[in-house]
Each structure stands twice: as structure tokens, then as C-alpha cells.
Write a protein that binds this ligand. Structure first.
Ligand code: NAG
Ligand code: NAG
Ligand code: NAG
Ligand code: NAG
Ligand code: NAG
Ligand code: NAG
Ligand code: NAG
Length: 424
């Protein structure tokens, strides 16, 4: 029987349809090291992998050609390659869901294909070779993070990240009621220090949550922090486990002065129980090539404080994205907007964010999936009734930072220090 335990340890033997005989973890998992080898060897393997578009098309960067190419799904592509690719990108190998296929388009010219034999001890990058043709015309789409479903007879990793589970049983009574349905926004968590709600965050893997640096930089000691997942109201905390935190990684370039690099990662001591039926699940990190700026469905989520101090309710506000030029103009934020920020305006009649909403997700729907476009950073109140847009950290801009942190902090667990450098 094939069981991989290290992520889901203790509650589910993951003996899923991976058809993985045995998993050998290669000693050198660092992509940095691998790409260095590539350059030194002057061979043609790619330097880095990425996921593109709403379908998660796997692409590799060709150093030789200086361009991105899709990976061909030949008969040699296996789940070993899929797992290794997810790990190379920045996920834990055990979160791998599946590799699927997508028809190559006419515009796709030049590919990477895999060598016929899987070699566990060699980096996935070195097992990819440039190719002019893609036999079968089918490309790899890669699902690195998803949910598990269990039935009496089997356990399978089923759906992707970014799926809302609580919406199908929608209650009558309009949006006010709908937002309280459990599982409607399964990635939103409440981050607490000293037991008090401070900020919201978004689950991206069973171990990692994205939040804003301004939430945690003042108190980077993980022992002071806890979080709740799957809650919609304060009283839900009575029935939910409290999760302890093992790491706080605030962006080293964060500055309270100009709110640049307002992003942080929180690592949980134990993985979250992410199941297809449950009301806890990850949001998708934005891929390249997503048409986010034209997204019609975007929302900001947070635990806006209700009338009484200690009463929280998960709130949704529908927003539309505002282009940086407008947001940066002299009559809005007058030059304070950087590439690492993204602006969004509340739609008519939507409530505004309140204290305690910081770090919460700005999500947009594309291809039926919700993507983490931003985390709530700052907004400027005005005296006149027309509010300025809210400002969010541009998650796409920090994608490689996020993947790099997850990779390094998962691989070299002994690595210490340097986490809060430069934070004022
Ligand atoms: C891993 O890297 C070290 C140092 O770079 C090297 O000595 C060793 O041979 C590598 N091991 C494998 C399995 O590639
Ligand atoms: C790009 O790669 C193809 C192989 O797919 C090769 O024939 C071509 O010469 C490369 N172009 C450049 C500019 O290196
Ligand atoms: C995980 O969640 C599923 C579905 O909600 C539940 O049946 C199972 O008991 C949970 N496991 C643990 C360890 O909490
Ligand atoms: C993005 O949207 C614009 C306008 O709707 C469209 O012209 C463009 O082709 C889209 N791009 C992609 C990659 O889908
Ligand atoms: C906003 O304006 C400032 C000052 O003109 C400029 O330095 C900055 O690059 C602009 N931001 C964006 C995203 O263009
Ligand atoms: C936006 O939401 C509406 C209503 O739920 C849905 O019909 C539509 O397909 C969504 N648009 C996108 C681009 O996902
Ligand atoms: C967010 O970052 C991405 C990647 O750097 C960039 O392409 C995009 O223009 C940025 N968005 C805004 C609104 O600045």
C-alpha cells in the first residue's frame, strides 16, 4: 500500500489514486541550487517552473531561448513528475492533486518534454528537454493544491483550491444571509494575539496562511499567535479547534511609513483539516496570465466588528478593481501607489472595511475559481462622502516571494533568523 504521511499525518492515510509506489525525496531540493547547476552545465533544461492561466498550464522558462514554454503531456509524464513540479514551484509534495491535459493551441510553439525515465534523484528541471514538437498535442495542467474527499471505499483528492463549498445550499434572504453560510468563503481565518482577534488571513495550503505584514510585524513571536479557521461568527470559536502558529514570516521590506511590501506568511504548527465536504479550504494563488484586471466578480472579506467589541461576523463586500494610474493620480493617492499595491473600490451600497479586516483577502473569480488577488492593507478616510479606493497588497507581485518562503521554510526547518530583518 502506498501511504504518504508527512502532511496529513495522524488523521488520514493518504493512499490515493496517485499510483505512487514509493516516494524518494531527493537530497537537493533547492531550486536555486538546481538552476545554478543548469547554468554551469550549459545544458538546456529550464531554470524555473510556473503555472499559467485559469487552467494551471505548466510552463518552464528556457534559458536558451529566453522564453516560457508549455510542458508536453507525453505518455512519460507521471504523478512523480507532477509532485516534483509542485514542489519545485513551492508547494509541499504531499498537497499534489493531479496532472491533467489540455489541448495545445496553434499559438504554442516550442515545448518541454520529459525524459522517458523518471529519476527520483535528479531535479525535475533536469528531466525536461526542449522540443519543437509535442506528440499528441496535449499539454500538462498541474493541480498542486486541492481538497480531499473520503467515501466508504476510498480517499481521493478531489477539487481544486478556490472553490466555495457553502454556496450550493444558499439560504433565502439575500446577501446578508448568504455571507453567513458556512463554507461560503472557506479560506478566511481569524488571526489572534493574546486570544483577541487582530486581523484576517487566507489559507493557501494546509500549513500556510497569507496575511498583511502590518498585522504581525509588531509582534513577530509565533507563540503569541493563534488562529481559527472555518468560523463565521464569534460563537463558532466555541466549537472549533484553536490552531497554534510555528512561524511568522513578514516581508523583509515592509515599512509602516509607506506601507510597501505589506505581506506576511503565517505557518501553522499542525496542518489544517482540508476536506472536500468541510468548510475549510485553500484559495488559489494567482497564476500568471490571468485576466484579473477585467474580472467582474471581486470581493473583499473580513471580520468587520459588529456593534459590540468582541462580536465578529464574516463580511463580504463586492468591489471593482481600479487601475493603478487612476489610483495613483493626484486627486486620489497622489503617487503613493506602487506596483506591489492594487486598488479596489466598493460597489454601490457595500459596507466599508472596519478595524480587524486587515490582512483579509481580496479575491476575484476567473474560470469558476477564486484567486487571491490581494490582502487588505490600508485605506484613507475622507470627510466627503465619496470614499477613496481601498489599497491591497498585490499578491501577484509577491508570488515568487511567497513560493520561495514556503519552499525554504518547509525544506530547511532548522533555518532561523533573518525573518524580520528590515521591519520597523
Ligand atoms: C547535493 O548537493 C551537495 C552539495 O551541493 C552535493 O555534494 C551532493 O552530491 C548532492 N546530492 C545529490 C543527490 O545530488
Ligand atoms: C529555441 O528553441 C528551439 C528548439 O525548440 C531552437 O530550435 C531555437 O533555435 C531556439 N531559439 C533560440 C533563439 O535560441
Ligand atoms: C476532518 O474533516 C472531516 C470532514 O469535515 C471529518 O469527518 C474528520 O473527522 C476531520 N478530521 C479531523 C482529524 O478533525
Ligand atoms: C483579457 O480580457 C480582454 C478584454 O476582455 C481580452 O481582450 C483579452 O484577450 C483577455 N486576455 C486573456 C489572456 O484572456
Ligand atoms: C505612482 O506615482 C509615483 C510618483 O509619480 C511613481 O513613482 C510610482 O511609480 C507610481 N506607481 C505606479 C504603480 O505607477
Ligand atoms: C460572476 O458571477 C455571476 C453570478 O454568480 C456568474 O453568473 C458569472 O459567471 C461570474 N463571472 C465570472 C467571470 O466568473
Ligand atoms: C501586480 O503585480 C503584477 C506582477 O508584478 C503586475 O503585472 C501588475 O500590473 C500589478 N498590478 C497592479 C494593479 O499594479
Amino acid at each position: 500500500m502506498c501511504c504518504i504521511h508527512h502532511l496529513w499525518q495522524g488523521w488520514l492515510p493518504v493512499c490515493v489514486a496517485w499510483r505512487v509506489g514509493m516516494v524518494t525525496v531527493s537530497g537537493n531540493r533547492s531550486g536555486v541550487m538546481a538552476s545554478k547547476t543548469v547554468r554551469e552545465a550549459r545544458t538546456n533544461p529550464p531554470a524555473v517552473l510556473r503555472l499559467d492561466g485559469a487552467s494551471n498550464l505548466l510552463q518552464a522558462y528556457s534559458l536558451q531561448n529566453g522564453s516560457w514554454r508549455s510542458v508536453c503531456s507525453s505518455q512519460h509524464w507521471t504523478d512523480h513528475h507532477g509532485q516534483a513540479s509542485c514542489q519545485q514551484i513551492g508547494y509541499d509534495r504531499s498537497t499534489y492533486v493531479a496532472s491533467e491535459r489540455q489541448q495545445a493551441g496553434a499559438a504554442d510553439g516550442g515545448f518541454f518534454t520529459v525524459r522517458p525515465e523518471w529519476s527520483p534523484e535528479v531535479s525535475i528541471l533536469q528531466q525536461l528537454v526542449l522540443s519543437d514538437a509535442c506528440p499528441g498535442n496535449s499539454l500538462v495542467t498541474l493541480h498542486c493544491i486541492g481538497r480531499i474527499s473520503t467515501s466508504l471505499t476510498e480517499t481521493v483528492l478531489s477539487s481544486d483550491c478556490g472553490r466555495r463549498t457553502g454556496v450550493s445550499g444558499r439560504l433565502a434572504g439575500g446577501p446578508q444571509q448568504q455571507q453567513r453560510v458556512r463554507g461560503a468563503w472557506p479560506w478566511v481565518v481569524s488571526l489572534r494575539s493574546g486570544g483577541v482577534h487582530r486581523c484576517a488571513g487566507s489559507i493557501i495550503t494546509p500549513h500556510w496562511v497569507v496575511t498583511a505584514a502590518h498585522c504581525v510585524a509588531g509582534d513577530p513571536n509565533p507563540e503569541h499567535w493563534t488562529l481559527y479557521a472555518g468560523i463565521v461568527e464569534s460563537k463558532d470559536t466555541l466549537f472549533r479547534p484553536v490552531h497554534s502558529v510555528s512561524r511568522i514570516v513578514a516581508h523583509e521590506g515592509f515599512s509602516r511609513h509607506n506601507m510597501r511590501n505589506d505581506i506576511a506568511l503565517v505557518k501553522l504548527s499542525r496542518p489544517l483539516n482540508i476536506t472536500a465536504s468541510g468548510d475549510i479550504g485553500p484559495v488559489c494563488l494567482p497564476n500568471t496570465g490571468l485576466n484579473i484586471s477585467t474580472s467582474q466578480n471581486c470581493s473583499v472579506l473580513g471580520f468587520g466588528r459588529a456593534a459590540s467589541e468582541d462580536s465578529l461576523t464574516l463580511m463580504e463586500a463586492k468591489v471593482s478593481l481600479v487601475d493603478s494610474g487612476t489610483c495613483n493620480s493626484s486627486n486620489v493617492y497622489g503617487g503613493r501607489i506602487t506596483q506591489g499595491m492594487i486598488c479596489a473600490q466598493y460597489k454601490e451600497g457595500e459596507h466599508h472595511m472596519r478595524q480587524g479586516d486587515g490582512g483579509g483577502p481580496l479575491v476575484c473569480e476567473e474560470g469558476g475559481v477564486w484567486w487571491l488577488v490581494g490582502d487588505t492593507s490600508w485605506e484613507e478616510e475622507q470627510c466627503n462622502p465619496s470614499h477613496k479606493p481601498g489599497v491591497y497588497d498585490n499578491v501577484t507581485h509577491f508570488l515568487s516571494w511567497i513560493y520561495q518562503q514556503m519552499k525554504v521554510r518547509d525544506t530547511h526547518t532548522a533555518l532561523r533568523g533573518g525573518e524580520m530583518n528590515g521591519v520597523d
